[in-house]
Ligand binder design. Structure first.
Ligand code: AMP
Ligand code: MN
Ligand code: MN
Ligand code: MN
Length: 277
C-alpha cells in the first residue's frame, strides 16, 4: 500500500468545523498516514493535533497557511514542517491576526450599512473566539437565508466589489516565506490555480516566490480540477519546484474532496514530502 498524504487541512483553530483532535481522528480513519494541519494564520491547533496523532499512529506535519497580499491579490502560502516554537513565525502571525480582528469588525460595519445587523457578533460566536474568517460570516449569512450555500454567499457578499468585502492588507510574500524559512519549514504556494490570475501573472508570482526561498507548489488540491493538476505540475517542473498535495479540508458536511481520497501526483513530480524524512 502506498503512503497517503494530505498536507492541507483546517480545524476550529481557524475556519474548519472539526476540533484538531477530531480532525486527526477522521483523517486516520479515512486512511491518511501523513497529515499537515495548516490553519489560517495560527499555530494554535497543533498541540492538540499532535497528541491525537500520537495516539492514532498518524504522522502530523506541523503547518500553517499564511495570508499574503501580492500585487493586490490575496495569495495563500503554506508553511509545512515548521518549528512551531519559532519566534519570528509566531510574531508574524500575531500581526496577521491583529489585522484579521480589525477586518472582521470592518466587515460587520459594512454589512450593517447594507441592513444586515449583528454579523460581527454572530461570526465571532461561530468561531472559537480567537480567529474570525470570512467563512464564519458566510456560515451566518447562509443560516439567515441570505444565500443558499457558502459559495453563493461569497459571490454575493464577500468578494471584491461586494458589500462585505474589505481589501486585504496581509503579509508581504517575502516576509511570509522568510518566517517559514526561519522556522526551518518548507514554503508552498497553496491552490495556485484558484487565484484567477493569467498564466503570465501566475508565473510572475511563482518566480517571485522562488526568489524569496519558496520550494513548492500545491499541485493536487481539493479546489483544483484534474486539468489543473497537470497545468500546475508543469509549472512546478518549469521552475524546479517540489509538488504538494492537500485536500484543503474544512467541513465534513461540505468537503471539496473527502479526507483520504486525494489522487496521486501526476507522473514526473518531485513530492514535497521528500523534504520531511
Ligand atoms: P479569509 O482568510 O478570512 O479571507 O477567508 C478565506 C477563506 O474563505 C478561505 O480559506 C476559504 O475557506 C473560504 N472561501 C474563500 N472563497 C470561497 C468561496 N468562493 N467559497 C467557499 N469558501 C470560500
Ligand atoms: Mn479557509
Ligand atoms: Mn487557502
Ligand atoms: Mn486552506
Amino acid at each position: 500500500m502506498s503512503i497517503q498524504y494530505d498536507l492541507h487541512t483546517h480545524s476550529t483553530a481557524s475556519d474548519g468545523t472539526l476540533p484538531p483532535a477530531d480532525l486527526v481522528q477522521a483523517a486516520a480513519a479515512a486512511g491518511v498516514d501523513v497529515m499537515a494541519l495548516t490553519d489560517h494564520d495560527t499555530l494554535d491547533g497543533l498541540d492538540e493535533a499532535r497528541q491525537m496523532a500520537e495516539q492514532q499512529g498518524l504522522r502530523l506535519i506541523p503547518g500553517v497557511e499564511i495570508s499574503v497580499t501580492w500585487q493586490g491579490a490575496a495569495v495563500h502560502i503554506l508553511g509545512l514542517n515548521v518549528n512551531s516554537e519559532c519566534e519570528a513565525l509566531q510574531q508574524g502571525l500575531v500581526g496577521l491576526r491583529e489585522y484579521r480582528d480589525w477586518r472582521a469588525e470592518e466587515i460587520g460595519r459594512r454589512l450593517d450599512k447594507k441592513g444586515i445587523g449583528g454579523a460581527f457578533e454572530a461570526a465571532c460566536a461561530l468561531s472559537t473566539g480567537k480567529l474570525v474568517s470570512r467563512t464564519h460570516f458566510a456560515r451566518f449569512l447562509v443560516a439567515e437565508g441570505y444565500a443558499r450555500d457558502v459559495r453563493e454567499v461569497f459571490r454575493k457578499y464577500l468578494v471584491q466589489g461586494k458589500p462585505g468585502h474589505v481589501p486585504g492588507k496581509w503579509a508581504a510574500l517575502e516576509d511570509a516565506v522568510g518566517w517559514i524559512l526561519q522556522a526551518q519549514g518548507t514554503a508552498v504556494i497553496a491552490h495556485p490555480a484558484r487565484y484567477n490570475m493569467t498564466r503570465s501573472k501566475l508565473r510572475k508570482l511563482i518566480a517571485a516566490f522562488k526568489e524569496a526561498g519558496g520550494r513548492g507548489l500545491e499541485v493536487v488540491s481539493g479546489s483544483h480540477s484534474k486539468d489543473e493538476y497537470f497545468t500546475m505540475a508543469r509549472h512546478a517542473k518549469d521552475f524546479g519546484l517540489l509538488s504538494s498535495a492537500g485536500s484543503d479540508f474544512h467541513d465534513p458536511k461540505n468537503p471539496w474532496i473527502a479526507l483520504g481520497k486525494l489522487p496521486p501526483l501526476p507522473p514526473g513530480c518531485n513530492p514535497v514530502w521528500r523534504d520531511f524524512s
